[in-house]
Design a protein around this ligand. Structure first.
Ligand code: ADP
Length: 280
């Protein structure tokens, strides 16, 4: 963006010259474009379930008397599923926009064993129904990490939920956590805790891996029709970035997928406690 301003003399009557200001607004334009794209995607995603719900209600209203009880029940069940889908979508959009606002989150020392156990409990029944084995492999005396409990719980839930969606019956899903040397993302720390969520599911091919964290991206496959919102992994990425780290994945089609990330070990005496990471 180029701004032209006339420069007046002291009497403010005569033009002394012209000042040219050049501002790089590429980033601003990009952000605005991304925002418009997001709003248009959200509207599109909201429209489909809304349209379906409205059609079901209209049909029941107009032709209800001609329908059998079984048909009516089927219509209502489908409308109910569509409503659940709308709710998931709205919740995910709200979570994402909260994460992208400048809201500050409370960070504290967290024993990851707890959110890991909680996540496994939440998905236990679903896994049993699908005949999938859930495995917890957490190192004994795992050091505490610096993080936000609710956000980390959401990460684990999203990753485990996906693993369950994309793994066939008889498969195996594991959550591992162990201490190790830090990746370059945390050069000031000696140790991190690495968390891995791995499955023996359908896998993700190399091309799709590049887009997997984009909002609303879903690999074209027949495994899921109604369930996903395409926002789960964007939320995961955002939360892990809030923890000043990054999510990685290793995947092979037909073999399985592992998502992993490192979190800094909580250290009482490091400046981290009072520093940027400890946002209240
Ligand atoms: P969704 O709500 O569709 O699961 P996500 O953002 O969580 O959205 O995931 C985006 C897409 O990435 C999914 O639709 C799926 O195609 C792919 N994906 C995510 N996790 C896995 C996994 N564990 N195995 C195979 N594909 C996965």
């Amino acid at each position: 963006r180029v701004l032209l301003n006339t420069v007046l003399d002291q009497s403010r009557e005569n033009v002394k010259g012209i000042a040219i200001t050049v501002q790089d607004i590429t980033r601003e334009v990009e952000l605005n474009e991304a925002k418009s794209q997001f709003i248009s995607n959200v509207s599109h995603e909201l429209r489909t379930p809304l349209f379906n719900i409205k059609s079901f209600i209209e049909t029941l209203h107009e032709y209800g008397e001609d329908l059998s009880n079984d048909e009516k029940r089927e219509f209502l069940e489908t409308a109910n599923r569509e409503t659940d889908r709308l709710t998931r979508l709205v919740n995910d959009v709200l979570d994402l926009s909260r994460l992208e606002s400048n809201k500050r989150y409370h960070f504290e020392a967290i024993d990851l064993t707890q959110p890991i156990e909680q996540t496994l409990r939440t998905h236990q029944l679903n896994a049993r129904d699908k005949a999938i084995e859930l495995v917890q492999d957490v190192e004994l005396h795992l050091p505490t990490v610096l993080g936000n409990y609710d956000l980390l719980l959401q990460v684990l839930n999203n990753l485990l939920g996906n693993a369950l969606k994309f793994t066939q019956a008889g498969g195996r899903i594991a959550i591992r956590a162990y201490a190790m040397g830090c990746e370059p993302e945390h050069p000031h720390l000696a140790t991190c805790v690495r968390v891995e969520v791995s499955d023996t599911g359908i896998g993700i091919d190399a091309e799709d891996q590049a887009c997997i964290f984009d909002r609303f991206f879903r690999v074209e496959n027949r495994v899921h029709t109604l369930e996903g919102t395409g926002l789960g992994l964007s939320i995961v990425r955002n939360i892990i970035e809030k923890h000043h780290s990054r999510v990685h994945l290793v995947s092979e089609v037909g073999v399985g997928t592992t998502f992993w990330f490192d979190l800094p070990v909580f250290q009482k005496d490091t400046p981290l406690l009072d520093g940027a990471l400890n946002n209240g």
